[in-house]
Design a protein around this ligand. Structure first.
Ligand SMILES: O=C(O)CCC(=O)C(=O)O
Ligand SMILES: [Fe+2]
Length: 353
């Protein structure tokens, strides 16, 4: 919903609802759509990790975790301790938020004075150039942690339970994130199981992203979300419980990520790729659009304190495996990532040693 030079651009939701469903505007059309393998993807056999058994002595779930991360860079997690009611509540308030009239949603706009972009709020990507390809999605993006940095004025007051639902969902998902990061440090045989958790720092940032992908009249021409890697430590994602669309790239082939009820999807982000010296890799993924059904997802982006620097763990660097990445300040990395994303590029390659 960004704009360049003046009038407010329409939201994707407005475009989808336009009478007669015209063709999608040209800014949304992906140019090289021929090689995108938009049909006939096979469902990826992504392992489902039983979180409640992750630390059992037999190590069975940890082995599965390792294999899932090595093969896909993402895993599904069951028995994660986030109650069905909490997940349902979060999905419901996201859905209700987007169902409201535009004027209500605009109260939380991410555009100041129509043009100036801020990351938090309701809207879409920062439009940096007139030839940027836009994604078929509207979203609300909010900083949730550190708690004293919440911009509560941008947290929807309607539906009335939105704020509580988001607070509760984030609090519960934090336990899943910490448990997985500990299991991952164990898999790498780091001296300290809390290595990744400690790297996050006391001022680690967590952002929530509720994305709404309306039906799209031309799904073969448009991405819900263009291919990208997450710039996080990990992303905890609650996908739509009925509508698929998320795909992951492996060896040049796109695979459908399955919808498995009651699970959470955990995606490795670039910050973990850097800290693990490339042992855990952040997967390239994208979202396809759909002509018949709208889709909702809620993502929690877990990131190291933006003021801190990250680099490969000294324990994972040796003569055979020199440091693959140089030290970077997290906020500089994130800024570069957004810049590259708008051009459809990945940033991790730019900090190779
Ligand atoms: O909507 C989805 O399923 C995926 C969203 C995603 O990849 C992201 O927000 O980074
Ligand atoms: Fe993503």
């Amino acid at each position: 919903m960004g704009s360049i030079g003046g009038a407010r651009a329409m939201t994707v939701q407005e475009l989808a609802g336009a009478i007669g469903k015209p063709d999608v505007p040209v800014q949304y059309v992906v140019r090289e759509h021929n090689d995108q393998q938009l049909e006939a993807a096979v469902t990826a056999p992504i392992p489902v990790i039983d979180f409640s058994r992750l630390f059992e002595q037999d190590g069975g779930e940890a082995v599965k975790l390792r294999s899932g991360l090595d093969s896909w860079g993402l895993i599904l997690v069951s028995n994660h301790g986030v109650d069905a009611a909490v997940m349902h509540g979060m999905r419901a308030v996201s859905r209700e938020f987007f169902r409201q009239p535009l004027e209500e949603k605009q109260r939380y706009t991410n555009l100041i004075d129509v043009e100036q972009f801020q990351f938090e709020g309701y809207g879409n990507d920062h439009v940096r150039s007139p030839d940027q390809i836009l994604d078929w999605t509207d979203r609300i993006y909010l900083k949730v942690e550190p708690e004293d940095e919440r911009s509560i004025a941008l947290w929807p007051a309607h539906p009335e339970t939105f704020r509580d639902a988001l607070h509760e969902f984030t609090t519960k998902c934090g336990g899943v994130k910490d448990g997985l990061l500990r299991a991952m440090a164990k898999l790498l045989e780091l001296d300290d199981d809390d290595y990744f958790v400690d790297q996050l720092g006391d001022r680690a940032s967590t952002h929530a992203r509720c994305s709404y992908y309306p039906e799209c009249p031309r799904p073969e021409l448009v991405f819900g979300l263009k291919p990208h890697c997450d710039g996080t430590v990990v992303t905890v994602l609650m996908v739509d419980d009925t509508v698929g669309g998320l795909q992951v790239l492996r060896d040049g082939v796109w695979w459908d990520v399955p919808v498995v009820p009651h699970t959470l999807l955990v995606i490795i982000g670039d910050q973990t790729q850097i800290m693990s010296n490339g042992i855990f890799k952040s997967p390239v993924h994208r979202v396809l659009t759909n002509a018949k059904k709208e889709r909702i997802s809620v993502a929690l982006d877990y990131s190291v304190d933006p003021e801190r620097e990250i680099e490969p763990s000294a324990q994972l660097v040796n003569e055979e495996r020199p440091a693959l990445y140089r030290k970077v300040k997290v906020k500089d990395y994130t800024a570069a990532l957004y810049d590259h994303f708008s051009k459809g590029e990945m940033v991790i390659n730019k900090i190779h040693t």
